[in-house]
Design a protein around this ligand. Structure first.
Ligand code: SAM
Length: 301
């Protein structure tokens, strides 16, 4: 099993395959359910050298697409895992996949089979009609239909941008994506993986401070919104909030905190964590790329 190959105590497979190859395979098989601005899939390789040797209890208070969760569940299989994001709409997706999987699939499949045979202009029309229904008519839907519809929109919308608009009732209002899917909108194997792994996971949707009171040996992975980013996911995260988070992380012995660090703001903050910087590229608009500096603050056992 891949989980065995990735387990830290299985020396032989580790020696047989370079770590980069293992993580390519791992990321290929288990993926975030949807693209999410600030998602950490590509950054995980930089965090690996600083990961704890074991994780019995795991908490990810700023979950988004949960790139680190995938890694932790695959490699460490902790006894307890708590995931949280203040965005109730996306956490409803995880909850529906955990507790009402069959109906979730039925709703998404109905949208998918209506969408796939359409021409591009008709797909676009369907996307905006579905977005309109999600914005204004969700009150008539059960939680699972609401979650499945948002999931469909995230899979067909523009590139992991989560935009809230006045004209979509303050709800999901991202424009359509390229709409060029060939034979599927989502990967059932990925959904199945999430359904399995969420059975042993507590799902919350609150402010981060409400979920971080856990066992002493808990490994916390904290990936708050980037400082000074326009992508605030509908909830701003000020520098004062960031300072509070730094203080919390500093009081723990098994913790990682990541962010952008273009202005070296973190160097002026008082804490005792280790820090490591990385160069990263991020996408701007449909084609552009911009270079950025990222920071990882960490203390692990
Ligand atoms: C950078 S993203 C996390 C990305 C994630 N690590 C991934 O790999 O996809 C930051 C997340 O923090 C959430 N967030 C913002 N303010 C929050 C708060 N006060 N408490 C909990 N979550 C919050 C946002 O909704 C967003 O999903």
């Amino acid at each position: 099993m891949l989980g065995d190959i990735l387990h830290p105590v299985t020396e032989t497979p580790r020696n047989l395959f370079p770590v980069e190859f293992l993580y390519f395979i791992h990321n290929y098989m288990n993926k975030p359910l949807f693209m999410w601005a600030g998602g950490k899939t590509k950054m995980i390789k930089h965090y690996l050298p600083h990961m704890p040797s074991e994780v019995k209890s795991y908490c990810e208070p700023f979950f988004g697409g949960g790139a680190m969760f995938i890694h932790v569940m695959t490699k460490y299989n902790p006894d307890r895992a708590v995931i949280n994001d203040i965005n109730q709409d996306i956490m409803r997706i995880y909850r529906a996949i955990k507790t009402d999987y069959k109906n979730f699939i039925t709703f998404v499949d109905a949208l998918e089979s209506k969408y796939l045979p359409l021409s591009k202009p008709d797909r676009k029309k369907m996307y905006y009609e579905t977005r309109y229904m999600h914005a204004w008519h969700y009150g008539h839907w059960c939680n699972t239909q609401e979650a499945a519809t948002l999931y469909f929109l995230l899979k067909t919308g523009f590139n992991g941008v989560y935009q809230l608009n006045h004209n979509t009732n303050g709800r999901y209002g991202t424009p359509a994506g390229l709409l060029n899917q060939k034979d599927k909108v989502y990967d059932r194997n990925v959904l199945q993986w999430w359904n399995n792994v969420l059975q042993q996971t507590e799902i919350c949707s609150r402010d981060w401070k409400d979920v971080v009171d856990m066992e002493d040996d808990t490994f916390y992975f904290c990936d708050p919104p980037y400082r000074q980013s326009f992508a605030n996911y509908g909830h701003s995260f000020t520098d004062d909030m960031c300072k509070e988070l730094i203080q919390f992380c500093d009081s723990k012995s098994n913790v990682m905190l990541c962010n952008r660090d273009d202005d070296e703001w973190f160097a002026d903050q008082h804490h005792t964590m280790n820090t490591t910087n990385f160069d990263a590229n991020y996408t701007v608009g449909r084609k552009g790329k911009k270079e950025a500096k990222e920071i990882l603050l960490w203390k692990t056992a």
